[in-house]
Write a protein that binds this ligand. Structure first.
Ligand SMILES: C[S@@+](CC[C@H](N)C(=O)[O-])C[C@H]1O[C@@H](n2cnc3c(N)ncnc32)[C@H](O)[C@@H]1O
Length: 435
């Protein structure tokens, strides 16, 4: 059915929401305040419509030209056509809407700050992890879209650091010139995945391959790329895609690289966690730091590379279940003379328990999880932790967890950072205090 719709609000996936005969219609690509012409379908047994956008009749003043060449096929970023200030407002609204929908919290009692925007809105992404694929008879790199077999070639993404796109194009040439094949499930040979990580003006490369590994000509071609400082590979013919479980074999170059955060140098090994967006990481760390001024001692869960924790003045115990993270963090803390921090290798939940029972560990930082487990809730409820700093990038998951935590903790404030530019995610940092 073709009809005209006025967009009354924005949905959690960045779609415009309007009404047809009092029933909701979701319109991808439409913006708040716009009048759009749509082709609407109501799916069986559903009480709402999906509208394919035919034409924008009355455009929002916040509509901008989509700056990405790949976006039409990629669909990875759903807010590219929205002016940046409007994106930030939309994300603040998402937080408020989620709290309204999933919690019984008195929102007037919670300080929800404006979203902190990023200066670097292009070319910021420091790492990618891409399948090696065939596209029109050529070996290249791309992602398959959710719920479809549709492939997006990823050599021109506007968010990638320029060296990543350069590497993808150079590798495409090397792999095709040397007649490489993509992974064949049956024979378990060929190239599977590429990981590319940027350190300043250097690239670290990791290939995941079938049992035939990497050809000598490929290695020789990569050696000629002056910006590649380290090449690693891992043969993996298993069905599971957790490639990090296996070791990486160094083929040439540096085993460790230098990462700069807030002008401070850290040394990271190839398996250590690298922040995707350094500016966002710096901003998040600053916010967390300001939220724990009063603390005596801090427990930090899923600490990753430990860079936040190394910059806290308090006594800290920081836990992560990735060995390389803890090894690097321990090394960096020692090199920086930080003796107020102890890095612990293991499962955060198990390792935190003895500390959470002590009165002097009064703050817990929770990051790197989708939802708070029942065990963690119990540990917090029964323990002596007064302040919780909870970080989550999904507004709905966050709100559901806050509803649970609010049985024992008062939600004080939410400061969020736009670390997922152009996407309907926002990294919320929440301060809670025991009731
Ligand atoms: C997304 S990273 C976040 C790292 C860091 N907090 C940051 O913001 O940069 C998630 C981290 O959680 C760690 N992790 C995941 N599950 C864990 C668990 N059950 N116990 C300890 N660490 C865990 C991973 O090793 C990884 O370093």
């Amino acid at each position: 059915m073709k009809t005209t719709v006025e967009i009354k609000k924005m949905g959690i996936n960045g779609e415009g929401i309007g009404y047809i005969n009092r029933k909701v219609v979701f319109v991808k690509g439409a913006l708040l305040g716009e009048t759009v012409e749509v082709d609407a379908q109501q799916y069986k047994n559903k009480n709402y419509y999906f509208g394919d956008l035919i034409r924008v009749v009355q455009a929002s003043p916040m509509r901008v030209k989509n700056p990405c060449r790949a976006n039409k096929e990629c669909m990875g970023c759903n807010l590219l056509h929205y002016a940046y200030p409007a994106q930030l407002k939309h994300k603040k609204d998402l937080i408020k809407e989620s709290l309204k929908k999933y919690t019984e919290l008195d929102r007037s009692q919670i300080k929800i700050h404006d979203i902190v925007g990023m200066n670097q809105k292009k070319e910021f992404l420091t790492q990618v992890n891409l399948p090696i694929v065939d596209f029109k008879g050529k070996v290249t790199f791309g992602i398959y879209q959710r719920e479809t077999k549709y492939l997006t070639v990823m050599t021109h993404c506007l968010k990638h650091h320029p060296l990543i796109n350069q590497t993808l194009l150079d590798l495409e040439e090397i792999l095709n010139n040397t007649k490489c094949k993509t992974y064949n499930d049956k024979f378990r040979t060929g190239l599977r995945f590429i990981k590319i990580r940027v350190f300043q003006d250097k690239i670290q490369l990791i290939f995941i391959t079938g049992k035939d590994g990497l050809k000598d000509e490929v290695v020789a071609g990569i050696k000629k790329l002056k910006y590649v400082s380290g090449l690693f590979m891992s043969i993996n013919t298993a069905k599971y895609q957790d490639f990090e479980k296996q070791g990486y074999k160094k083929i040439f170059g540096n085993s460790k690289e230098e990462l700069y955060v807030d002008h401070q140098k850290y040394i990271l090994s190839v398996k250590s966690s690298l922040p995707d967006h350094i500016e966002a990481f710096e901003v998040e760390n600053k916010i967390i730091k300001t939220m724990i001024k009063e603390s005596q001692k801090v427990i930090s869960l899923n600490c990753g590379n430990g860079i936040l924790e190394m910059n806290l003045p308090q006594e800290v115990v920081a836990i992560d279940n990735k060995k390389e993270n803890i090894e690097d963090a321990t090394y960096n803390a020692k090199a920086l003379g930080k003796d107020n921090i102890r890095f612990v290798y293991g499962d955060s939940l198990k390792k935190m328990v003895p500390f959470a029972k002590k009165k002097d560990y009064d703050t817990v930082i929770i990051r790197g999880i989708n939802r708070i487990s029942d065990e963690l809730k119990d540990t917090l409820r029964l323990g002596k932790v007064k302040t919780v700093i909870y970080v989550n990038s999904s507004t709905s998951m966050l709100a559901k967890d806050l509803q649970e935590l609010s049985k024992y903790y008062k939600v004080i404030e939410i400061k969020a950072v736009d670390s997922h530019i152009y996407q309907s995610y926002v990294t919320s940092i929440v301060k809670l205090i025991k009731k």
